[in-house]
Unconditional design. Structure first.
Lengths: 437, 167
């Protein structure tokens, strides 16, 4: 149902089996499937981790932590069982890439989980999908059942003497569960309240055992690294940013879609060439480069390579690969408000800066947008957001604060234009002004 | 369980589900969602049976229900229309699609039509950003929507409800 978009600059690596019937295990095997896990078995735990480190693969969920390094943190000896957990709770606004992986290539996820499991001597893996992705859960469950039938899962996988099980899991609607520790809580049948760290999941994770948690795209990339070799994989990207990634282009574009492009691909080119530019002859106003939690970039800031380091240097984050494009007609206050409304809705309420901060920011932005704002509101919004940063258990508070700070800083004039009772110059139907009490 | 509220197929599925994990309770969230799919919502008896199956208190179950946005303790329409208005959808007319649905169905956000066929909810990002604006009806995605195309979608479900085809 969801299809990959293509452009001559695309490098189909993770997406190389999309649209080729690879949901069927026999077809997947024909397309060199499950060969990587055999290579990994031959390499052994240490060999796998060395290969992963050499690939320069960095986590595709948003933080961009080097995957090989993450795996190496899992202690060799553990009194408790170790686990692999795939985060397919894709919920960051602007992000719709994992959907394509589950839909078109579920066996690559299974293969990635097995390889991750081999690297830490885990015997069990979980694939967690957001509840909204029911049709994908069915595809994933079927793929897992096929892998059991072939002897790739269960007892003595691939005749190696190693046992490995995979359980698929559904969520039931919660953005915050995409945060690693909240994800583990959810999988343990609880409210998705984040855990305090340290200890990190690599040491104390799921059911108290050492756990590897990776984004679905990260895990689906693993077999491809072993298929083409870590050195060749690394070369596809830029320094310290190996490979390719699935970029989700959305918003005001002629050709929105999910495209697989090399890490470091120029953002300007991504918008104007890959995404086909802005419709209706309009001009670009801003770009949210990596999902709703990443600070927006202005027109002057987009001539950069899309890798973790370059986007970081430009004052934002590569995040989850969700590139949201805003044209000149967009009201930045409305956009900031919609972003905050989301974070307020998703805040679990566990820590005060996030629970209260998102609520007050939504109220203040609503008032400002509707024309009831006072001069001090703009400073208050900035101040409130800045005081949420780094003061919450999990990154949801930061995710709400970071874009807000950037909106106020970079588009202050638009905020000021809403003052003096004017309200939004563009809004089609102002809602009643909420009382600030 | 000697007696159950669920169909034999679902009851058998639940019997197996609790054995898959290192702890039984890991089956809780999926069980709640699957029970809701069959029954329509998480009624008092459903909560009681699930609590018993997992071996936790009903309060514990309610605590979990209230965290997850897909779980509900009140009936929804047979076809639950969930319109995304988050950033990518907003930029491409998600609010207009929501307004259109409100008018067409004659119900507000979180309302249910008097015949119980439709319910409407404004939802957060559903992972259809590159194909915005988008909505889900129950679990089915409908993408690249226009007011005309959502009309067609709703009309088709209306016909389905008359046919008596299941959710």
């Amino acid at each position: 149902m969801a299809t990959l978009s293509t452009h001559p600059d695309c490098v189909p690596l993770v997406s190389c089996r999309f649209g080729k019937g690879a949901t069927e295990i026999d077809r997947y095997i024909e397309l060199a499937g499950y060969e990587s896990v055999r290579k990994a078995l031959a390499l052994g735990a240490e060999g796998i981790i060395n290969e992963m480190k050499a690939s320069n693969l960095r986590g595709r969920g948003g933080a961009g932590f080097p995957t090989g390094l993450k795996w190496s943190f899992v202690p060799k000896q553990s009194s408790k069982p170790k686990y692999v957990l795939v985060n397919g709770d894709e919920s960051e606004p602007g992000t719709c890439k994992d959907r394509l992986i589950f839909e078109h290539d579920p066996h690559s996820v299974i293969e990635g989980v097995i390889i991750a499991g081999l690297s830490i001597q885990a015997r069990m893996g979980f694939i967690y999908l957001r509840g909204e992705y029911r049709y994908l859960l069915q595809i994933m469950e079927r793929a897992v059942a096929q892998a059991y039938t072939k002897g790739f899962l269960g007892k003595n996988i691939f005749g190696s003497g190693i046992d490995f099980d995979i359980v698929t899991q559904t969520g039931a609607g919660a953005y915050e569960v995409g945060e690693e520790s909240a994800l583990m809580e959810s999988l343990e049948g609880k409210r998705g309240i984040p855990r305090i760290r340290p200890p990190f999941p690599a040491v104390v994770g799921l059911y108290g055992g050492p756990t590897i948690i990776n984004n679905a795209e990260t895990i689906a990339t693993v077999p491809h690294i072993f298929r083409i070799g870590a050195a060749d994989y690394a070369k596809l990207g830029t320094e310290r940013n190996g490979g390719t990634r699935l970029f989700c282009l959305s918003g005001h574009l002629n050709k929105p879609g999910v495209y697989e492009l090399p890490m470091g691909y120029n953002l300007k080119k991504m918008i104007y060439e890959v995404g086909g530019g802005i419709p209706n002859g309009r001009k670009l106003k801003a770009v949210v480069p990596g999902g709703s939690s990443t600070p927006a970039l202005t027109v002057d800031e987009i001539d950069i390579g899309m890798d973790f380091d370059q986007v970081g240097k430009a004052g934002s984050m590569l995040g989850s690969g969700g590139v949201v494009v805003l044209d000149e007609t967009t009201c930045m206050v409305e956009f900031a408000l919609r972003t905050m409304k989301f974070y307020r809705h998703e805040s679990c309420g566990w820590c005060i800066p996030c629970r209260e901060g998102t609520d007050w920011l939504e109220k203040s932005l609503t008032r400002l947008h509707n024309g009831g704002g006072v001069d001090q509101d703009i400073e208050n919004i900035r101040y409130l957001a800045e005081n949420m940063l780094g003061r919450t258990f999990c990154p949801l508070g930061d995710a709400a604060a970071m874009p807000t700070i950037a909106f106020v800083k970079k588009f202050r004039k638009e905020f000021e234009d809403h003052l003096d009772g004017k309200g939004c110059p563009k809004h089609y139907a102002a809602e009643p002004e909420p009382a600030l009490v | 369980m000697t007696t159950t509220l669920f169909s034999p197929a679902l009851a058998a599925r639940f019997d197996k589900l609790v054995t898959l994990y290192p702890v039984k309770r890991s089956a809780l969230v999926p069980m709640l969602l699957y029970a809701q799919d069959e029954v329509g919502y998480l009624s008092e008896p459903v909560i009681a049976e699930i609590a018993e199956r997992i071996g936790i208190s009903e309060l514990d179950v309610r605590n979990v229900i209230s965290y997850y946005s897909l779980l509900r303790t009140q009936p929804a329409g047979k076809f639950h229309v969930q319109v995304c208005t988050n950033i990518s959808c907003m930029l491409r007319g998600g609010n207009e699609i929501l307004d259109h649905c409100k008018k067409k169905l004659g119900i507000p956000n979180k309302g249910v039509t008097s015949d119980g066929v439709f319910s409407l909810e404004e939802v957060e990002c559903i992972g259809a950003c590159s194909w915005a604006p988008a909505a889900q009806v129950n679990y089915d995605f409908h993408e690249n929507l226009t007011p005309e195309s959502i009309d067609k979608v709703l009309d088709d479900y209306r016909v389905k409800s008359r046919d008596g085809s299941a959710r």
